[in-house]
Design a protein around this ligand. Structure first.
Ligand code: TYD
Ligand code: MG
Length: 458
């Protein structure tokens, strides 16, 4: 076969250029251009020269939307994120840092499905058969009928799938696959794209539900071309800190359901355990101490209670430290500036550390007020004060702004037996007007950050 033409493709945006460049002229990213060999097509190359029969489109009214029957993965939290289970012919990409538990999660699901009589296949390019056996022993599935293929050549995997016709197949991981048709090394953009393309075609034509494991880079991006995310039907990301037991499964993209659901798991001795009521798992045990504040954050349709902890100490550095774990660093800088200017807390010469307990990462802007309250408490109370619950977005002018779904947040605090919460005035009014139950919870409406700091204790 003649060697294909080589072209240079940007990993980020797919822009093609005739030679290598340090920076993509299309999207401006650095070091993202890689060489790709394109195979010369066997047939006539002129567009339009290929004879095709005119297809007959179907009418929307005749489409059966119920045709997607869902396959129960036997893990409720995984089903929830997928939108009710796997879909025949659907391709799902699961990304996450090494060691977060991707292989464990999918092996557990496969063992469960196999037990439920769903024909499955595990293609392992990373672990040997004995390694998979050891893992399944931990998961209590050592005697499973689950079929295993330790193979990395894409064409062989495809042949096996066509022959075996499982209903569900896991490929761990897509980065280990290589195709003889492409000269670049396994893990390169061209190889990953080719492997995904080939697997996608089998999945669609044979009605196979396919789960691909994908590695992420240091920056948390899925390794490989961005286009990979566009090729698959759903992209899930598995997050959590290795040192912490809790893991969150999120849908970044989902053609078969909403991206609004998260699944929560706990890594235990014998695999991942589901956490169906995760509301307070991220909080520390016992009474809230000085320097901490609780915020009800929304994760999809669920409300979780997160504990923000702060430590403020005089700094000996010319540039005092600002350390943020679980909250955005720029957001923290803004809140510190607002506290200094609008609430007159002299923070500029202090080192400030903020941490969210349990390894949770908060993106909800409603956490602003809790961050401010935790810092204020750390600054003012010494070691004896008590923490408080609060939510609200903080603006640069120092205003505490209305946030979405206040009702859900208040209900969660009520359910967990909180006695007091600081909140934006409008959220409080809205809740009272709706006739919401409070059972012992006092709503303290605050309009600006100074007022919030004053009303924190007492
Ligand atoms: P793994 O699934 O191998 O992660 P990934 O495929 O994302 O790289 O998970 C590895 C971690 O999980 C490892 O540090 C050990 C831990 N673990 C448990 O704590 N309990 C278990 O039952 C299993 C199988 C793994
Ligand atoms: Mg793995």
């Amino acid at each position: 076969m003649p060697r294909g033409k080589s072209s240079f493709i940007c990993r980020e945006c797919g822009h093609a250029s005739p030679g290598w460049l340090g920076r993509c002229p299309e999207c401006g990213s650095w070091n993202t251009i890689v060489e790709e060999i394109t195979k010369p097509s066997a047939g006539p190359s002129r567009a339009g020269a290929v004879a095709v029969a005119a297809p007959a489109p179907i009418r929307l009214v005749d489409v059966d939307a119920g045709a997607h029957s869902r396959i129960d993965t036997t893990l409720g939290e995984l089903n929830r994120v997928l939108g009710g289970g796997l879909v025949a012919g659907g391709v799902v990409l699961l990304g996450g840092e090494p060691g977060v538990g991707k292989s464990t999660l999918l092996l557990q699901a496969l063992l469960g499905m196999e037990r439920a009589g769903v024909p499955t296949l595990l293609v392992s390019g990373e672990e040997s058969a004995p390694q998979v056996k050891l893992r399944s022993r931990r998961l209590g599935g050592e005697a499973s009928e689950l079929r295993l293929l330790t193979e990395t050549q894409t064409e062989v995997v495809v042949a096996c799938l066509e022959n075996l016709r499982p209903a569900v197949c896991v490929v761990d991981s897509v980065q280990t696959l290589w195709s003889a048709e492409i000269s670049s090394a396994p893990g390169s953009v061209a190889q990953i794209r080719e492997a995904t393309g080939q697997l996608l075609r089998v999945a669609k034509s044979k009605g196979l539900a396919l789960l691909l494991v994908g590695h992420v880079t240091k920056d948390g991006e899925l390794a490989g071309p961005r286009v990979l995310e566009h090729m698959v039907d759903a992209v899930l990301s598995f997050e959590g800190e290795r040192a912490q037991p809790f893991r969150i499964l999120r849908a970044v993209k989902n053609r078969f359901g909403s991206t609004n659901e998260v699944g929560v798991f706990q890594m235990a001795e014998s695999g991942l355990e589901e956490v169906p009521d995760p509301s307070s798992v991220f909080m520390e045990e016992g009474e809230l101490r000085s320097g901490s504040a609780v915020v009800p954050v929304l994760e999809g349709s669920r409300c979780l209670l997160a504990e923000v902890q702060a430590l403020v100490a005089p700094s000996s550095l010319a540039m005092p430290q600002r350390v943020a774990r679980g909250v955005d660093r720029n957001r923290l800088a803004m809140i510190v500036a607002v506290l200094s200017r609008r609430a007159r807390i002299p923070l500029p010469k202090c080192d400030i550390f903020v941490n969210v307990a349990g390894g949770l990462v908060i993106e909800d802007p409603a956490a602003d007020l809790a961050v401010a309250l935790a810092i204020a408490s750390a600054w003012q109370d010494g070691p004896t004060g008590k923490g408080v619950a609060g939510f609200g977005e903080i603006s640069l002018t120092g205003k505490v702004r209305y946030v979405m779904q206040g009702e859900k947040r208040i209900q969660e605090l009520t359910r967990r037996g909180f006695q007091k919460v600081l909140l934006p005035a409008r959220n409080g009014e809205e809740y009272r007007a709706s006739g919401g139950i409070l059972s012992g919870l006092t709503l303290v409406a605050v309009t600006d950050i100074g007022e919030a700091v004053k009303n924190r204790s007492g």
